[in-house]
Design a protein around this ligand. Sequence first.
Ligand SMILES: [Zn+2]
Length: 204
Amino acid sequence: MYGFNRIWIEALYFLPRGVAPRPNWFLLLHRALSRCALFHWRSLRESMLLWRVQARPWMGKHGFSYYEDKPLARVQEELHVPLQRSFSILCVFAEIADPSDADGGGTCAIFKGDYGIVLIAQPILELLARRKEEALSVIYHELGHAMGLEHPDPYDASVMGLGCWAGLKRTYINEHDRAYLLSSARWARAKWEQRTCYSEQGDS
Ligand SMILES: [Zn+2]
């Protein structure tokens, strides 16, 4: 597994065919990711989220209703995005909604060991556009899943538990998850220092 001292987020805005982009979408995505990065840094200090938002929306091949069923799988079929070599998360903000998931519209995440994928669907984008704090904690919650975090057991008020809907100002990363993220970050740094030493030896 890759280390977590730097986590790269490649973010993009996905539109079904025929759906117009929100006028301020680029700013919304930036603002959300910068707040998540600040929360992450304040909580961990040794791990950093870095991100880039792709400048143009990604145009889907199908209309809105096509993506109502298994939204992440259907969006993934159409995305071919090269990722950084360190631990990376592909974060797709999409104007799609699964009607069977009233709160999140199919918002979800997967952890693949050396990268993760997040889908933030339309209901959360709506909250974001209305400047609702809870959109930010939902987004960080999904980024957490993409980094390999699970729901706490027993459930607590942390961002991976009930804090998911509390807004970032009113939640936290619990000790278990901090330890997981920090041990991954330290492992990465140790590996980096080893590599530096090795190349210096090689030069002499
Ligand atoms: Zn969850």
